[in-house]
Design a binder for this molecule. Structure first.
Ligand SMILES: Nc1ncnc2c1ncn2[C@@H]1O[C@H](COP(=O)(O)OP(=O)(O)O)[C@@H](O)[C@H]1O
Ligand SMILES: [Mg+2]
Length: 251
């Protein structure tokens, strides 16, 4: 379980996360939505320790990360897999080296790492044909899959995806969402997907909306379509902001 309590982050005088509270149950599949620049990535990075909160707590499985020593923090972060917005593959390394990087760096032999890499690639729908390719030889969707395979090598208990579908075509978006869903079903990791794409509602079970540094809604992905909050109503339908009467709001 992940509990964010009174979480606050400012950069200089700019308040990005504003006394935010959010609880994510173990095994939950949560989508976090919100406009560009609302602070979604900053929020994720505080959960996984890449950004230190200005105030408040990040509690993972009962342990408040903000109160732990760096060594203990590291043990918790090992449970977390973070799939970066742009796959973040290393261009000079092959797919095999990218996916196996942590084990290879730990000095494990290629013979030992190779079958595990092939297994993780298979779980994201890729065959061993791609092992020796370089990232620039892969399509956008394939790069995302390779990025996910690399994260799965760590057998994470928490899987966090930052805008996994940005820049992809509608068909690939669907395939990536299906893959995230399949991965959630098979590894049962607590899954958080940051998105501004409402297609994610077809896959996630819960949704939270970030606005002005706070979670302004959390509920099931089915119920959000009936949410009477005007800001949410407009956002999920892609309607322009403005007085609600002008856009035919009926509730
Ligand atoms: N390291 C940083 N230093 C200063 N400002 C930052 C930093 N990281 C993010 N920001 C600012 O925080 C705001 C939220 O950014 P971000 O979390 O990336 O938005 P989102 O992911 O919702 O599009 C932006 O205004 C951004 O410029
Ligand atoms: Mg972002």
């Amino acid at each position: 379980m992940i509990e964010l309590k009174n979480l606050t982050k400012s950069f200089g005088t700019k308040l990005i996360t504003n006394s935010l509270d959010l609880t994510i149950e173990g095994g939950e599949f949560l989508a976090i939505i919100g406009r560009s620049g609302e602070g979604k990535s900053v929020l994720l990075k505080q959960i996984i320790g890449l950004i230190k909160p200005t105030d408040g707590s990040v509690i993972i499985d009962g342990q408040d990360l903000t109160k732990l020593q760096p060594k203990q923090q590291k043990d918790i972060f090992k449970k977390c897999g973070y799939v970066f917005q742009f796959a973040a593959l290393l261009d000079s390394l092959t797919v095999f080296e990218n996916v196996g990087i942590t084990m290879l760096e730990d000095g494990e032999s290629e013979e030992k790492v190779r079958p595990l890499v092939i297994q993780k690639l298979a779980s994201v729908g890729l065959t061993a044909d791609v092992l020796d390719k370089f990232p620039n030889e892969l399509s956008g969707g394939m790069k995302k899959r390779v990025g996910l395979a690399r994260t799965l090598m760590l057998n994470p208990k928490i899987l966090i995806y930052d805008e996994p579908t940005t820049g992809l075509d509608p068909i690939t978006i669907r395939l990536i969402h299906e893959l995230i869903k399949k991965t959630h079903s098979s590894c049962q990791a607590t899954t958080v997907v940051i998105s501004h794409d409402v297609d994610v509602f077809n896959y996630a079970t819960t949704v939270a909306m970030l606005h002005q540094g706070k979670i302004v809604y959390k509920g099931s992905t089915k119920d959000i379509w009936d949410c009477p909050n005007p800001y949410i109503y407009q956002f999920i339908r892609g309607l322009p902001e403005g007085p609600i009467e002008q856009i035919g709001f009926v509730k």
